[in-house]
Design a protein around this ligand. Structure first.
Ligand code: DX5
Ligand code: ZN
Length: 216
């Protein structure tokens, strides 16, 4: 069985102790650090900027998985690339030229992902699948940590897995929102490669046990 990638979402970490929280999840087995960027426009919340990415870059060698929940990713993605992002994901629901943005991100030397909100169907990103390194499937409405997983997206993961495998695309499936020990197996069995988890890990009494419980 393949090893699932855990992407710890620092949105739920202690921002006064970010360095220690990142080192902690690294020690416990998280492979990626998920960094939520929010502009107060695409989503009703304001989040992490490039300076935090830059500061954390010297703390860990883990992959930095930057999730841009912003209206104009074409204006800001380079700031995150320069700051040390390894993977930059933007939303399919924005109005930019998505194929061009994927190409631009990849030609800068980092990986590019496309994300879909719970209400967006796979057919809307199918033409991008040969080009993206990752699809980030949202299992909650983007904007906040600690929300409940929408089980209706499990069939979306299955369909996506089938399309990717049938066509031989080199594209990871990552699921974001409401991941815990109950919902993780649903995603893994449906074909997910990576799971984002924030609240479940960082609010746990025992974060080590929480990470371990996701490593199925
Ligand atoms: C939500 C963010 C998520 C969030 C996940 O908009 O994109 O990455 O941090 O948090 P949990 O795991 O708490 O649902
Ligand atoms: Zn996210």
């Amino acid at each position: 069985m393949k090893k699932i990638i855990i992407a710890a979402s620092i949105l739920s970490a202690d921002f006064a102790a970010l360095k220690y929280d990142v080192k902690m999840v690294e020690e416990f087995g998280a492979a990626w650090i998920h960094i939520d960027v929010m502009d107060g426009h695409f989503v009703p919340n304001i989040g992490i900027g490039p300076q935090v990415v830059r500061s954390l870059r010297s703390v860990t060698k883990l992959l930095f998985d930057v999730h841009l929940m912003i209206t104009n990713p074409e204006k800001y993605w380079q700031e995150f690339q320069k700051a040390g992002a390894d993977l930059i994901t933007f939303h399919n629901e924005v109005l930019t030229d998505k194929k061009k943005l994927v190409d631009d991100i990849k030609s800068s030397g980092v990986k590019a992902g496309i994300s879909i909100k719970p209400g967006t169907s796979i057919s809307q990103i199918e033409s991008l699948l040969p080009y993206v390194d990752l699809v980030l499937v949202m299992a909650v409405e983007p904007g906040f940590g600690g929300q409940s997983f929408m089980e209706s997206i499990v069939s979306k993961i299955k369909d996506l897995r089938e399309i990717i495998d049938r066509n031989g695309y080199n594209c990871f499936i990552e699921v974001d929102g409401g991941i815990d020990s109950q919902t993780a197996p649903l995603c893994v069995n449906a074909g997910a490669d990576a799971l984002v988890s924030g609240n479940y890990i960082f609010s746990a009494e025992n974060p080590k046990a929480a990470v371990k419980s996701l490593l199925i």
